[in-house]
Ligand binder design. Structure first.
Ligand code: GTP
Ligand code: MG
Length: 276
Protein backbone atom coordinates (compact mmCIF):
# COMPACT_ATOMS: atom_id res chain seq x y z
CA UNK A 1 0.00 0.00 0.00
CA UNK A 2 2.66 2.48 1.08
CA UNK A 3 4.79 1.95 -2.08
CA UNK A 4 2.18 3.65 -4.29
CA UNK A 5 2.47 7.06 -2.67
CA UNK A 6 3.71 9.80 -4.99
CA UNK A 7 5.62 12.30 -2.86
CA UNK A 8 5.71 15.11 -5.48
CA UNK A 9 9.40 16.14 -5.18
CA UNK A 10 8.96 19.28 -7.37
CA UNK A 11 6.22 20.75 -5.12
CA UNK A 12 8.34 19.92 -2.11
CA UNK A 13 11.32 21.93 -3.38
CA UNK A 14 9.13 24.91 -4.39
CA UNK A 15 7.39 24.95 -1.01
CA UNK A 16 10.69 24.70 0.86
CA UNK A 17 12.13 27.60 -1.20
CA UNK A 18 9.01 29.64 -0.35
CA UNK A 19 9.54 29.08 3.39
CA UNK A 20 13.23 30.03 3.16
CA UNK A 21 12.54 33.15 1.08
CA UNK A 22 9.88 34.49 3.46
CA UNK A 23 11.62 33.67 6.71
CA UNK A 24 13.28 37.12 6.89
CA UNK A 25 9.86 38.79 6.76
CA UNK A 26 8.49 37.09 9.90
CA UNK A 27 9.09 37.31 13.65
CA UNK A 28 8.04 33.78 14.50
CA UNK A 29 7.07 30.42 12.97
CA UNK A 30 3.98 28.46 14.07
CA UNK A 31 4.79 24.81 13.41
CA UNK A 32 1.41 23.10 13.12
CA UNK A 33 1.19 19.38 13.95
CA UNK A 34 -1.78 17.02 14.11
CA UNK A 35 -2.39 16.22 17.79
CA UNK A 36 -3.46 12.67 16.85
CA UNK A 37 0.03 11.89 15.50
CA UNK A 38 2.45 14.71 16.40
CA UNK A 39 5.67 12.96 15.44
CA UNK A 40 4.38 11.40 12.23
CA UNK A 41 3.00 14.79 11.18
CA UNK A 42 6.24 16.68 11.91
CA UNK A 43 8.37 17.79 8.97
CA UNK A 44 11.75 16.59 10.21
CA UNK A 45 13.53 19.26 8.11
CA UNK A 46 11.59 22.23 9.47
CA UNK A 47 14.08 23.07 12.22
CA UNK A 48 16.95 23.05 9.71
CA UNK A 49 14.94 25.34 7.40
CA UNK A 50 13.93 27.88 10.04
CA UNK A 51 17.29 27.90 11.87
CA UNK A 52 17.35 30.29 14.86
CA UNK A 53 13.94 31.86 14.12
CA UNK A 54 11.58 31.91 17.11
CA UNK A 55 9.02 29.09 16.99
CA UNK A 56 6.05 27.65 18.81
CA UNK A 57 4.58 24.21 18.22
CA UNK A 58 0.82 24.07 17.73
CA UNK A 59 -0.84 20.73 18.37
CA UNK A 60 -4.00 21.24 16.32
CA UNK A 61 -7.17 19.11 16.11
CA UNK A 62 -7.08 18.45 19.87
CA UNK A 63 -10.86 17.93 19.66
CA UNK A 64 -10.04 14.65 17.84
CA UNK A 65 -7.15 13.39 20.01
CA UNK A 66 -7.41 11.76 23.45
CA UNK A 67 -7.08 13.87 26.62
CA UNK A 68 -4.34 11.58 27.90
CA UNK A 69 -2.44 11.82 24.59
CA UNK A 70 -2.76 15.62 24.61
CA UNK A 71 -1.32 15.82 28.12
CA UNK A 72 1.60 13.53 27.29
CA UNK A 73 2.51 15.35 24.06
CA UNK A 74 2.42 18.84 25.60
CA UNK A 75 4.69 17.63 28.38
CA UNK A 76 6.99 15.95 25.79
CA UNK A 77 7.46 19.16 23.77
CA UNK A 78 7.78 21.34 26.86
CA UNK A 79 10.54 19.07 28.14
CA UNK A 80 12.39 19.77 24.90
CA UNK A 81 12.08 23.51 25.71
CA UNK A 82 9.61 24.21 22.91
CA UNK A 83 6.60 26.36 23.82
CA UNK A 84 3.57 24.31 22.82
CA UNK A 85 -0.10 25.19 22.41
CA UNK A 86 -2.90 22.64 22.33
CA UNK A 87 -5.55 23.93 19.96
CA UNK A 88 -8.66 23.13 18.00
CA UNK A 89 -9.02 25.46 15.04
CA UNK A 90 -12.60 24.22 14.67
CA UNK A 91 -13.88 24.76 18.22
CA UNK A 92 -11.47 27.65 19.00
CA UNK A 93 -10.15 25.87 22.12
CA UNK A 94 -6.65 26.99 23.12
CA UNK A 95 -6.58 29.98 20.79
CA UNK A 96 -5.89 32.55 23.52
CA UNK A 97 -2.92 30.53 24.65
CA UNK A 98 -1.32 30.98 21.21
CA UNK A 99 -1.32 34.78 21.61
CA UNK A 100 0.29 34.57 25.04
CA UNK A 101 2.93 32.04 23.98
CA UNK A 102 3.81 33.94 20.80
CA UNK A 103 4.30 37.18 22.80
CA UNK A 104 6.41 35.34 25.39
CA UNK A 105 8.65 33.73 22.75
CA UNK A 106 9.28 36.86 20.68
CA UNK A 107 9.91 38.97 23.79
CA UNK A 108 12.49 36.39 24.85
CA UNK A 109 14.04 36.71 21.39
CA UNK A 110 14.36 40.49 21.97
CA UNK A 111 11.74 41.54 19.41
CA UNK A 112 9.61 44.54 20.36
CA UNK A 113 6.98 44.57 17.67
CA UNK A 114 3.33 45.45 18.35
CA UNK A 115 2.06 43.42 15.43
CA UNK A 116 3.55 39.93 15.19
CA UNK A 117 4.38 38.57 11.73
CA UNK A 118 3.93 34.81 11.68
CA UNK A 119 4.74 32.08 9.20
CA UNK A 120 2.32 29.15 9.60
CA UNK A 121 4.08 25.98 8.44
CA UNK A 122 3.43 22.25 8.50
CA UNK A 123 2.62 19.23 6.37
CA UNK A 124 -0.61 19.16 4.29
CA UNK A 125 -4.05 18.94 5.93
CA UNK A 126 -2.95 19.62 9.54
CA UNK A 127 -5.23 22.68 9.63
CA UNK A 128 -2.91 25.64 8.88
CA UNK A 129 -5.47 27.58 6.84
CA UNK A 130 -8.32 26.76 9.25
CA UNK A 131 -6.20 27.98 12.17
CA UNK A 132 -5.48 31.23 10.33
CA UNK A 133 -9.19 31.72 9.61
CA UNK A 134 -9.99 31.03 13.25
CA UNK A 135 -7.43 33.61 14.42
CA UNK A 136 -8.59 36.14 11.83
CA UNK A 137 -12.24 35.54 12.76
CA UNK A 138 -13.03 35.28 9.05
CA UNK A 139 -12.72 32.74 6.26
CA UNK A 140 -9.88 34.40 4.38
CA UNK A 141 -7.73 31.35 3.60
CA UNK A 142 -9.14 28.43 1.60
CA UNK A 143 -9.36 25.23 3.66
CA UNK A 144 -10.76 21.78 2.87
CA UNK A 145 -10.54 18.22 4.05
CA UNK A 146 -7.92 17.03 1.57
CA UNK A 147 -4.18 17.58 1.32
CA UNK A 148 -2.68 20.21 -1.00
CA UNK A 149 -5.41 22.86 -0.76
CA UNK A 150 -3.10 25.84 -0.22
CA UNK A 151 -0.92 26.21 -3.30
CA UNK A 152 0.76 29.58 -2.73
CA UNK A 153 1.66 31.91 0.12
CA UNK A 154 -0.96 34.36 1.38
CA UNK A 155 -0.70 37.10 4.04
CA UNK A 156 -3.72 37.49 6.31
CA UNK A 157 -4.35 40.18 8.95
CA UNK A 158 -5.69 38.83 12.21
CA UNK A 159 -7.33 41.46 14.38
CA UNK A 160 -4.31 43.86 14.43
CA UNK A 161 -2.21 41.58 16.67
CA UNK A 162 -0.97 39.18 14.02
CA UNK A 163 -0.14 39.11 10.36
CA UNK A 164 -0.25 35.48 9.36
CA UNK A 165 1.48 33.97 6.34
CA UNK A 166 -0.29 30.85 5.08
CA UNK A 167 2.00 28.38 3.30
CA UNK A 168 1.45 25.18 1.29
CA UNK A 169 2.09 21.95 3.22
CA UNK A 170 5.31 20.07 2.53
CA UNK A 171 5.19 16.27 2.57
CA UNK A 172 8.55 14.57 2.26
CA UNK A 173 9.06 10.88 1.49
CA UNK A 174 8.78 8.76 4.62
CA UNK A 175 10.42 5.38 5.00
CA UNK A 176 8.87 4.18 8.24
CA UNK A 177 5.72 2.17 7.52
CA UNK A 178 4.04 3.13 10.81
CA UNK A 179 4.53 6.83 10.01
CA UNK A 180 3.17 6.47 6.46
CA UNK A 181 0.11 4.65 7.83
CA UNK A 182 -0.53 7.32 10.47
CA UNK A 183 -0.29 10.01 7.78
CA UNK A 184 -2.74 8.12 5.60
CA UNK A 185 -5.17 7.54 8.52
CA UNK A 186 -5.30 11.27 9.35
CA UNK A 187 -5.83 12.20 5.69
CA UNK A 188 -2.46 13.75 4.86
CA UNK A 189 -1.92 11.48 1.88
CA UNK A 190 -4.59 11.71 -0.78
CA UNK A 191 -6.84 8.61 -0.65
CA UNK A 192 -6.92 8.56 -4.47
CA UNK A 193 -3.39 7.17 -4.55
CA UNK A 194 -4.02 4.56 -1.85
CA UNK A 195 -5.69 1.17 -1.73
CA UNK A 196 -8.53 2.18 0.61
CA UNK A 197 -9.48 -1.44 1.40
CA UNK A 198 -5.98 -2.19 2.73
CA UNK A 199 -5.85 1.19 4.47
CA UNK A 200 -9.18 0.61 6.26
CA UNK A 201 -8.08 -2.87 7.29
CA UNK A 202 -4.77 -1.43 8.61
CA UNK A 203 -6.75 1.22 10.53
CA UNK A 204 -8.98 -1.45 12.07
CA UNK A 205 -5.89 -3.38 13.17
CA UNK A 206 -4.60 -0.23 14.86
CA UNK A 207 -7.96 0.55 16.51
CA UNK A 208 -8.28 -3.01 17.84
CA UNK A 209 -4.94 -2.39 19.59
CA UNK A 210 -5.83 0.98 21.13
CA UNK A 211 -9.63 1.43 21.36
CA UNK A 212 -11.31 -2.00 20.88
CA UNK A 213 -14.38 -1.08 22.96
CA UNK A 214 -15.08 2.10 21.01
CA UNK A 215 -14.79 0.16 17.75
CA UNK A 216 -17.33 -2.45 18.94
CA UNK A 217 -19.68 0.18 20.35
CA UNK A 218 -19.67 2.41 17.27
CA UNK A 219 -20.40 -0.37 14.79
CA UNK A 220 -22.34 -2.61 17.23
CA UNK A 221 -20.13 -5.59 16.45
CA UNK A 222 -18.24 -8.34 18.22
CA UNK A 223 -14.55 -8.46 17.26
CA UNK A 224 -13.46 -11.49 19.27
CA UNK A 225 -11.08 -13.77 17.32
CA UNK A 226 -11.69 -11.85 14.10
CA UNK A 227 -8.94 -10.65 11.73
CA UNK A 228 -9.06 -6.96 10.65
CA UNK A 229 -10.45 -8.04 7.27
CA UNK A 230 -13.21 -10.09 8.95
CA UNK A 231 -14.04 -7.08 11.13
CA UNK A 232 -14.28 -4.90 8.01
CA UNK A 233 -16.63 -7.47 6.45
CA UNK A 234 -18.75 -7.55 9.63
CA UNK A 235 -19.03 -3.75 9.52
CA UNK A 236 -20.02 -4.03 5.83
CA UNK A 237 -22.91 -6.34 6.73
CA UNK A 238 -24.02 -4.03 9.58
CA UNK A 239 -23.90 -0.91 7.42
CA UNK A 240 -25.54 -2.43 4.32
CA UNK A 241 -22.36 -2.35 2.23
CA UNK A 242 -23.15 -5.53 0.32
CA UNK A 243 -23.54 -5.93 -3.42
CA UNK A 244 -25.55 -8.43 -5.47
CA UNK A 245 -25.09 -11.98 -4.22
CA UNK A 246 -23.94 -10.74 -0.80
CA UNK A 247 -20.49 -9.65 -2.04
CA UNK A 248 -18.83 -7.08 0.22
CA UNK A 249 -18.52 -3.57 -1.25
CA UNK A 250 -15.02 -3.04 0.14
CA UNK A 251 -14.62 0.47 -1.27
CA UNK A 252 -17.84 1.72 0.37
CA UNK A 253 -17.27 0.14 3.76
CA UNK A 254 -13.63 1.27 3.79
CA UNK A 255 -14.77 4.84 3.06
CA UNK A 256 -17.17 4.65 6.01
CA UNK A 257 -14.53 3.37 8.45
CA UNK A 258 -11.94 5.97 7.39
CA UNK A 259 -14.41 8.83 7.39
CA UNK A 260 -15.88 7.94 10.81
CA UNK A 261 -12.41 7.80 12.33
CA UNK A 262 -11.38 11.11 10.73
CA UNK A 263 -14.54 12.88 11.92
CA UNK A 264 -14.02 11.65 15.48
CA UNK A 265 -17.13 9.44 15.49
CA UNK A 266 -15.15 6.64 17.14
CA UNK A 267 -14.14 8.99 19.94
CA UNK A 268 -11.05 11.08 20.63
CA UNK A 269 -8.15 8.91 19.50
CA UNK A 270 -4.39 9.49 19.65
CA UNK A 271 -2.51 7.20 17.27
CA UNK A 272 0.98 7.49 18.76
CA UNK A 273 2.42 8.39 22.16
CA UNK A 274 5.83 9.76 23.11
CA UNK A 275 8.38 7.13 24.14
CA UNK A 276 8.78 7.23 27.93
N1 GTP B 1 -11.87 18.45 13.86
C1 GTP B 1 -11.00 19.36 13.44
N2 GTP B 1 -10.82 19.55 12.13
C2 GTP B 1 -9.93 20.50 11.75
C3 GTP B 1 -9.20 21.30 12.67
N3 GTP B 1 -8.42 22.15 11.97
C4 GTP B 1 -8.63 21.89 10.68
N4 GTP B 1 -9.54 20.90 10.53
C5 GTP B 1 -10.04 20.33 9.26
O1 GTP B 1 -8.92 19.75 8.58
C6 GTP B 1 -9.07 19.89 7.17
C7 GTP B 1 -7.81 20.52 6.58
O2 GTP B 1 -7.71 21.86 7.00
P1 GTP B 1 -6.85 22.96 6.20
O3 GTP B 1 -6.89 24.20 7.04
O4 GTP B 1 -7.26 23.05 4.78
O5 GTP B 1 -5.39 22.30 6.28
P2 GTP B 1 -4.02 22.90 5.70
O6 GTP B 1 -2.95 22.55 6.70
O7 GTP B 1 -4.16 24.34 5.37
O8 GTP B 1 -3.84 22.00 4.38
P3 GTP B 1 -3.01 22.33 3.03
O9 GTP B 1 -3.42 23.67 2.55
O10 GTP B 1 -3.41 21.21 2.15
O11 GTP B 1 -1.53 22.26 3.38
C8 GTP B 1 -10.35 20.73 6.97
O12 GTP B 1 -11.43 19.85 6.70
C9 GTP B 1 -10.56 21.40 8.31
O13 GTP B 1 -11.93 21.69 8.61
C10 GTP B 1 -9.43 21.06 14.06
O14 GTP B 1 -8.84 21.67 14.97
N5 GTP B 1 -10.33 20.07 14.39
MG1 MG C 1 -3.99 25.32 3.60
Amino acid sequence: MTENVNWFPKHMKDSEDLLKKNLKAVNIVFEVLDARAPLSSKDMNIDRIIGQKAKIVILNKCDLSSDDGNKQWVSFFNKGDTETALVSAVTGDGLKNITNLARKVITKAGIKSKSIRVMVAGIPNVGKSTLINCMAGKKKARAANKPGVTRAKQWIDAKSQFELLDTPGILRPREDKETVLNLAFIGTINDDVLDVGTLASDLIEKLVGIVPEELCARFKIDINDKTPLEILETIAAKRGCLMKGGMVDYIRVSGIVLSEFRKGRLGKITLEYPAC
